[in-house]
Design a protein around this ligand. Structure first.
Ligand SMILES: [Mn+2]
Length: 326
């Protein structure tokens, strides 16, 4: 392992997990990270915005709920045999200054906050939603911090929905549209976009048209059931070590396991299947990520928020494993 920088955590054997300030996974606040641990490898920040939703609001409370639940997300992964706080320097960068009244202006504000976080050449960004519209801002900032790669970043996308609707209720900026806007901006490459877990029913068959016409690889939940990881593995093999962005909408999970979300789509992958799918991605290079659409007011026993914290942990594991094995 080449990295010598580490994240210092409170010792859970002497300072219990229910005590102390509530940052993501108890990582230090970015402004309090000791200089020897700078620059951090990942800055995790909240984007508490939900005015882009088409159905039930409330994900603006997602970042706080996920931070709270994440106190019980521990740093050592058995399947990867890695302690991410030994492999990575990690910090909680607080929340972006959202505008709850204007979806387009909000996307601009989150983008500017993310773009201006310190050490753009080194520090990768993980955003906690908020609704899925916030992904646009973090993708745009990540693309820019990576030197604006021509053609855009490859995107691995877990979701019930494609989120490539051009316009909803007369509005071009919403949680139904982040990826069509990101494609138009040149930040992601639809020909290297993989959407996993898509399920219906949809409003119309034409909801699939944009993604199909632009070369997105779609693996519906039914297809995943029938063929397993065949298409996903082929996409990942093709991707190789190319830097990519990962976006995870918690509504890809069967609401039986993750009820706390605003546009629930019944059926879908279990939490255990989601972990297995993410671990299977080991070897890819994730340069930015988000986990979105946790709605605490609908969350039974806070397990959707806890699941989101573990999904974020699994994504960080991918980078920890890559650094160890390269
Ligand atoms: Mn979504």
């Amino acid at each position: 392992m080449s990295e010598t920088k580490r994240t210092t955590l409170p010792n859970a054997r002497t300072t219990p997990r229910f005590a102390g300030p509530c940052t993501f996974c108890r990582y230090p606040l970015l402004e309090l990270v000791e200089s020897e641990h700078l620059p951090v490898d990942w800055a995790i920040y909240g984007a508490p915005f939900d005015s882009g939703v088409t159905y039930r609001p409330g994900t603006r409370f997602g970042p706080r709920a996920i931070r709270d639940a994440s106190q019980y997300v521990k740093p050592y992964s058995i399947p990867h045999d890695i302690d991410i706080t030994e492999a990575l320097s990690l910090a909680d960068a607080g929340d972006a200054p959202v505008n709850p009244f204007d979806c387009k202006q909000n996307a601009e504000r989150i983008y500017e906050f993310a773009r201006d976080l310190p050490d753009p050449d080194h520090t990768r960004l993980m955003a906690i939603g908020g609704d899925h519209s916030i992904a646009y801002a973090n993708i745009r900032a990540t693309w820019e911090r990576r030197g604006k790669p021509e053609g855009g970043l490859p995107l691995i996308h877990f979701d019930s929905h494609l989120d490539t609707v051009d316009m909803t209720l007369g509005e071009k900026w919403s949680h139904a549209s982040p990826f069509i806007r990101a494609v138009e901006g040149g930040f992601i490459d639809p020909k290297r976009m993989l959407s996993v877990g898509i399920k219906g029913p949809l409003n119309t068959k034409t909801d699939l048209a944009y993604a199909k016409e632009h070369g997105v690889t779609i693996v519906t939940y039914e297809q995943f059931q029938a063929e397993g990881t065949r298409t996903i593995d082929a996409f990942v093999n093709e991707l190789g070590e190319e830097p990519c962005y990962l976006t995870f909408d918690i509504d890809v999970i069967d609401p039986a396991y993750a009820p706390g979300t605003g546009t629930p789509s019944m059926g879908g992958i279990t939490s255990a299947e989601a972990f297995a799918l993410l671990r299977r991605l080991a070897g890819i290079e994730v340069v930015g990520a988000d986990v979105v659409e946790v709605l605490p007011d609908r969350d039974v026993a806070q397990n959707t928020a806890l699941l989101a914290g573990h999904i974020m942990f699994e994504i960080l594991c991918l980078d920890a494993v890559r650094r160890r094995d390269r």
